[in-house]
Write a protein that binds this ligand. Structure first.
Ligand code: AHR
Length: 649
């Protein structure tokens, strides 16, 4: 193949092109109470990047049941139950932990929380904790600590002052040694002799390791840094978890702000209780912290009653829609209103005076599943009302291409979970797409399966547990098409993003983690960190004739670097003669994601990075002088993604 990179700029590349989608799925923002899983793929779950104590406020559980005690265990015979019979910590948190100490007891006694499938104890970290406690019959000391499951104490503190009304206690742990593994607990211990026969109540526990940028209720640093390291252009908040299993069970923005004590939490659409500790402001702060533009998905009048039977999803009738429209107007006012507005002033009272930046609002999520009501009135009701109050907003529709919407959409969100074949076959879809002003957002995409006819099936039907190199290269082929056509495609977000390996609903995910480890998948690397500002024409333009090589060329006008992103989806190495229509400094640099030669996995393209082998497949850099200044040969390895960079003088 002869491939010429020209100096013809075809269009400017939007800064929003590559980024992430986010919702509480796979236990990434909340906790789990171990509810049953209808199926691996629809009801699995992850760990919170933030708090370390699971089921911290007994939200969404049924008092008196064993399930309500998920992640809590008795220490030395204390009798534990979750109750709502005594007044809770707040109106939003009616449940508390009742601890009954048997009469015949001596020595330490109490209870423990096992964290999110373990707790990382790290020397030098300051863990900030708090809990509420009360007792009618005991006013002595309470010892809180971080311990190994075998009983080694890493840090501890004694709390004084418990009385017969709820009191918040705060504490800090600074372990002097790191725990050898994550099999650790947060423990609350009392003196058995002093408490024998007595009853105590506890509620709203919180325990955080240091967080990203020191944010309160913030993100786990290593996980948040992964986002930052890829320099994401866009952060989409949305997905099924906003929708609720009933209208009332939807994600209610106003129940996710303010004090943790005032956040009731909810059973999310992925069938586990969300604490909503990561609420609207945490999402807004996070998007800002990672430097990505927010796409805000708003609730647009449908809930998901039965995931697989979308024809039955309840739709709010037109006559009843206005309160929900008003609610969204309040949400937007909270985000962008100045302090003279009702909700802008609430935001200011929560510590954020300056409005957040918001331009892109997505009306609903996958409303192609309820397209008739969307076209008939839901889209219009939200768009008209929001435009009237916030004329600066731009809207994204979530139906498939349609002429039925009024006002006509200018932006549309399209989702695709599919096999490598689909991604390769559709890599040129946008090359011939009419430039008719409609901009596309690929708001969720991933190779999910090797099965061409059932991409969302089970593992034994071809569903992937982790992204594979084969799948990531096919995604990259498709992404070269997105970048080449980024005059039409303004943004794209891989989904889902994070997965707690201990409980998850959806595979594969871009990053997998447990209490202390993480694994960047093969889909994590390459595109967003090599950002062009302008797209360049090549000769030839890639097409089915040039497959299995797929490419896109771009230029960054700040760094004067030309990028050539190439996916080789074939099983053979391929050589290209590359011609440059511009002066270069005589060097090329490249990074390549491929199976590493001289390893046991070389040539095995269905290979994945896992928690056990997180760096099996990582980008490998390469640099060389170009012997003739305007041309060189380059070998693109079998099943690989390469980003070549050429510096202009
Ligand atoms: O990413 C998982 C789910 O897939 C999203 O919540 C939903 O929008 C899509 O169907």
């Amino acid at each position: 193949l002869e491939l010429r990179i020209t100096t013809n700029v075809t269009h400017e590349i939007p800064s929003t092109l590559f980024g992430y989608m986010w919702e509480d799925i796979n236990h990434r923002s909340g906790f789990n109470i171990g509810k049953t899983r209808p199926s691996l793929l629809l009801t699995v779950k992850t760990t919170a990047p933030m708090a370390v104590s699971t089921n911290r406020a007994f939200q969404g559980v049924i008092p008196g049941t064993q399930n309500a005690l998920y992640a809590w265990q008795s220490y030395n015979g204390a009798r534990l139950s979750v109750t709502s019979k005594t007044e809770g910590v707040s109106d939003a948190l009616p449940n508390s932990l009742e601890v009954k100490i048997p009469k015949a007891v001596s020595g330490p006694i109490g209870f423990e929380n096992t964290g999110y499938w373990g707790i990382k104890v790290q020397e030098g970290w300051a863990y900030k904790g708090s809990l509420y406690a009360k007792s009618d019959s005991y006013n002595g000391p309470i010892t809180v600590s971080l311990k190994s499951a075998r009983g080694t104490t890493f840090a501890s503190q004694t709390l004084q002052g418990i009385s017969n009304s709820w009191k918040k206690f705060t504490f800090e742990f600074e372990p002097k040694v790191s725990a050898p593994n994550d099999n650790n607990v947060f423990s609350v211990v009392l003196d058995g002799k002093a408490t024998a026969g007595k009853t105590l109540h506890f509620g709203m526990f919180s325990l955080f390791p240091p967080t990203f940028k020191g944010r309160e209720n913030g993100m786990r640093i290593d996980l948040a840094q992964l986002f930052v390291d890829t320099d994401p252009g866009v952060f989409r908040f949305g997905g099924n978890n906003v929708e609720g299993s009933s209208w009332d069970g939807r994600w209610k923005w106003n129940e996710t702000i303010g004090r943790l004590e005032d956040r009731p939490g909810r059973i999310g659409d992925w069938n586990y209780p969300n604490t909503d500790g990561v609420g609207l402001m945490e999402y807004l702060n996070w998007a800002e912290d990672i430097g990505a533009e927010l796409i805000l998905g708003i609730w647009a009048g449908i809930s998901i009653q039965n995931y697989s039977d979308f024809a039955t999803w309840p739709v709010v009738p037109e006559a009843d829609l206005q309160p929900y429209v008003d609610d969204v107007l309040n949400e937007i006012e909270f985000i962008v209103g100045d302090t003279s507005t009702q909700w802008g002033s609430v935001r200011a009272s929560l510590g954020r005076e300056e409005p957040y930046a918001l331009r892109l609002i997505e009306i609903g999520n996958e409303d192609n599943f309820q397209a008739d009501s969307y076209a008939a009135y839901r889209w219009q009701a939200f768009v008209d009302a929001i435009s009237a109050k916030f004329p600066q907003m731009e809207f994204i529709a979530t139906t498939l291409p349609s002429t039925a919407l009024n006002p006509p959409y200018k932006r549309i969100d399209f989702h695709q979970y599919n096999s490598p074949s689909w991604f390769k076959a559709n890599a040129f879809f946008f090359d011939s797409y009419p430039r008719n002003q409609t901009k596309w957002f690929i708001g969720e995409y991933a190779v999910t399966s090797t099965n061409d006819s059932n991409a969302l099936g089970t593992l034994d039907q071809g569903r992937l547990q982790y992204p594979t190199l084969l799948g990531s290269v096919a995604e990259a082929a498709f992404m070269t098409g997105l970048e080449r056509n980024s005059d039409v495609v303004f943004a794209a977000a891989y989904a889902p993003s994070f997965q707690n390996i201990h409980e998850f609903q959806w595979t594969p995910d871009i990053v997998t983690f447990d209490a202390s480890r993480l694994a960047r998948s093969t889909s994590y690397y390459m595109f967003s960190v090599n950002k062009g500002t302008h797209s360049l024409a090549t000769s030839p333009t890639p097409s089915n004739d040039t497959a299995p090589l797929f490419w896109s060329a771009s230029y960054n006008n700040e760094s004067d670097v030309v990028f050539l992103k190439v996916a080789n989806t074939g099983e053979q190495d391929l050589v290209a003669n590359i011609f440059l229509d511009f002066p270069s400094t005589g060097h090329i640099h490249a990074v390549t994601l491929a199976t590493p030669p001289l390893t046991a996995v070389f040539g095995q393209f269905n290979t994945s990075n896992t928690l056990e082998e997180p760096d099996l497949i990582i980008p490998v850099p390469f640099s060389a002088a170009i012997p003739i200044l305007d041309k060189f040969n380059y070998t693109f390895p079998a099943t690989s993604v390469t980003v070549l960079t050429v510096q202009s003088p």
